[in-house]
Every structure is written in C-alpha cells, then in structure tokens.
Design a protein around this ligand. Structure first.
Ligand SMILES: Cc1cc2nc3c(=O)[nH]c(=O)nc-3n(C[C@H](O)[C@H](O)[C@H](O)COP(=O)(O)OP(=O)(O)OC[C@H]3O[C@@H](n4cnc5c(N)ncnc54)[C@H](O)[C@@H]3O)c2cc1C
Length: 362
C-alpha cells in the first residue's frame, strides 16, 4: 500500500480508494491509462472534506467529471483522481432557503433523456430557429452539485416547471465540467444563468464566487487559470414555458444525435469571425476547414479517426491510444497552419501528459 493511500484511508475510513484504477471507462472517448489512486464521493460533505485535505496538505489532486472533454495520457494520472458523483439538485426560494431537493444517486451513467428516436430534424448544426428569449419570465434559484449530470438536471427541472438549461440538451457533462469550460449551446453560454459558485481554493478553503468573478468567455472561465475546485453552483433559472423548453431540448437532441459519441466533442475552438472573413470562408467551424481545406475527413492514425460526419470531431473507432489521438490533432493543427496561417487552439483538456508530449498542440 502506498504512503498516500495509507494516509487517505486512515483520514477517510468511509471512502473507498482504488489503486491503479483504469480511467478510460470514465471518458466518452474511452482512452487513457490508470489513476494512481481513485475515489468517487457521493455527497458534497465527503467531496469538500477530501478536496480540502488534499489542498491543505499539498497533495496531487485531479478532478474528473463526465470525461467528455478530457484526453487522459496512456500512462495515466499521478496522485489522486476524484469524481464527485453527487446528484443533488435543490430548488430554493428567493431568500435562498431550500424548498425541494432531488437526489438520484448515480447508479450508472445517466443517458440523455431525449434520444434521437426518429429520423426527424434537419440534421444540421443550425439551432437558430429554436432560439427564443425567456428573460422576461419569473426567476427561480436552483442549486446544483458539481457532480450532477446535466441531462438529468435538464430533465428533472423541466418536470418541475423550471427552464433555462434546454440549450444544453444532449451535451455529456457534469455541472462542474460545464462551468469549468462555460459550455455553449447555439448562441447560449451556461454562464448566462449562473448566480454564484461554491469552490474550494488552492489552500483548501471554501469560498463562494459571484458570477462577476467567473471570467467566462467562449470555452473559458477563471478555472482554467486556478486550481480551484467547483463544489456546487446556484443558477438563476426561469419559471418559463416548459412545453416550449421540452420541445427545444428534444429537437436539439435530435440534431446533435449524429455527432460521434465515442469522441471528445469538437476538438478545436472555432476560428473568429474576423479570421473567417479574412479567409473568405462561409463559417467559423473548424469542421469546414478539415473537410474543405485540408480534405482530411476520415483521416486515421491507428484507431483515432477524424469523423466522417463532423470534421472537428476525432473518434476512437477501436482501441485508440492517447498517442494516436494526439498525432491526429497535431496533423490538423500543423496542416491548417501551413495552408491558412491560422494556429488552431484545442477546445479539449489534457490530463497526465508531459509538456514535451503536447508540443505543437498547446
Ligand atoms: C458528443 C459530444 C458533444 C458535445 N457537445 C458539446 C456542445 O454542444 N457544447 C459544448 O460546450 N461542449 C460540448 N461537448 C464537450 C463536453 O461535453 C463539455 O465540455 C462538458 O462541459 C465536459 O464536462 P465534463 O463533466 O465531461 O468535464 P471533464 O471532461 O470531466 O473535465 C473537463 C475539465 O474540467 C475539470 N473539472 C471537472 N469537474 C471539475 C470540478 N468539480 N471542479 C474543478 N474542475 C473540474 C477537469 O479537471 C477538466 O480539466 C461535447 C462532447 C461530446 C463527447
């Protein structure tokens, strides 16, 4: 038994720590080596206690959510990897007091409720026809633990008459991961409806951040620059039109259903409007560049393949390694730079890699 395991097991006898635990199963792309040590916490109390202990003692800690935006190295992650699996959703009154709580502890990965169950939908990535403004609707405060699965939250909240998250339908994400990266659905960013975020700072202290401190932008938040851990967040949602929201969520899910699931979503950030205009391209999507400028749709190294359906997605079509996945990313970046002069930026995160392994990528 390692020294770290012995220390953690005596400090937290109620928690189960696993050594050399395979992490690929906790990523959508099914790639990555083991965690030196791994623990799942099932409630905020244990999550806060464990993260605070790690930070106060300066011990190596990595957070993992749904693993939908994270490439893990083939050699795995040193130190402790923690997944918060708490599914607690609390509806608050205007004073911030609890009115209703839901807590369906995750038994297995919760699938998005609105599956593509038909051939309807336009199968495009155009969502603007579904957009509407509900900012005039009455507000309602909801607290979501960082481990809550976003599809589960969307589902429960619409059932409870609460809207505002429908734009993020069928995005595989925990609330922590969604805030970390300020996810986007069409023209919406999740930061629009965030009120405050409870975090544990680098020294292990609990703090509450106001929305104004989030530094949210396109695929970015303050958490990219800090080692703070997201514990939960209060969202200012709407007592909106639930039928309309359910329709949007369902239709959104149908349109997103063709995206390859054994992937990490869009691997690259879109180019800016300015660059798009300069190059004379019809869209800011990197998928366009991969398909029409590089002609690289279907390009494959080992089992890592640029999707035939969406040029900015890289799929694991078998037993791809992180090394193969990185090689495909590197090829797209270098060829785009050579042909267009634009240096693409990855939208995904890399855990457990040496700096040298990421050369030419970040
Ligand atoms: C098929 C598919 C479709 C997608 N569609 C979209 C889309 O439409 N829009 C979009 O924006 N994204 C999309 N994505 C990307 C992805 O779903 C989002 O980025 C999502 O937010 C990732 O959340 P996660 O819980 O999986 O985070 P992870 O990948 O588990 O983690 C991401 C980062 O957040 C950190 N982190 C996780 N939890 C915490 C915490 N509690 N505290 C601090 N740090 C934490 C991790 O350490 C890591 O650095 C898609 C992905 C796939 C596979």
């Amino acid at each position: 038994m390692s020294e770290l395991l012995a220390k953690l097991q005596s400090q937290f006898p109620q928690l189960e720590f696993k050594e050399q635990y395979p992490l690929a199963q906790h990523t959508t792309v099914k790639i990555g080596g083991p965690a030196e040590l791994y623990c799942e916490t099932k409630n905020s109390q244990d999550f806060i206690a464990l993260v605070s202990f790690m930070r106060k003692n300066n011990l190596p800690l990595t957070l993992l959510g749904w693993g939908a935006n994270t490439l893990i190295s083939d050699s795995g992650i040193t130190g402790l990897v923690v997944r918060n699996t708490s599914q607690t959703i609390t509806i608050l009154d205007s004073e911030g007091h609890t009115t209703r709580t839901f807590n369906q502890q995750e038994q297995e990965r919760i699938a998005a409720r609105w599956q593509s169950d038909s051939q309807k939908g336009t199968f495009t990535y155009e969502f603007s026809d579904l957009d509407y403004d509900e900012s005039e609707a009455e507000r309602v405060l909801v607290e979501l633990d960082s481990g809550v699965s976003l599809p589960y939250a969307i589902n429960i909240l619409i059932q409870q008459g609460i809207t505002g998250l429908q734009w993020y339908s069928r995005i595989p994400a925990t609330v922590g991961g969604a805030i970390y990266n300020n996810i986007h659905g069409g023209t919406h960013f999740i930061s629009e409806v965030i009120k405050s975020i409870a975090v544990i700072d680098e020294q292990g202290k609990s703090r509450v951040l106001d929305k104004s401190e989030l530094k949210a932008g396109y695929d970015v938040s303050r958490f990219h620059e800090t080692d703070e851990t997201i514990v939960s967040a209060v969202f200012s949602l709407y007592k909106g039109d639930t039928q309309k929201a359910a329709y949007v969520a369902r239709e959104w899910a149908v349109r997103k259903a063709i995206q390859p699931q054994r992937s990490l979503g869009c691997v690259f950030q879109n180019i800016s409007n300015e660059v798009k205009d300069k190059l004379g391209y019809p869209t800011t999507s990197v998928g366009y560049i991969v398909e029409h400028v590089l002609n690289k749709k279907g390009f494959q190294i080992g089992d890592a393949k640029i999707s035939e359906k969406h040029g900015a997605f890289i799929e694991n079509v078998g037993n791809a390694t992180a090394k193969e996945y990185l090689e495909v990313i590197r090829t797209v970046i270098s060829q785009t730079e050579r042909k267009t002069g634009v240096k693409l930026k990855p939208e995904i995160f890399f855990l457990g890699f040496k700096k040298s392994e990421l050369a030419g990528i970040v």
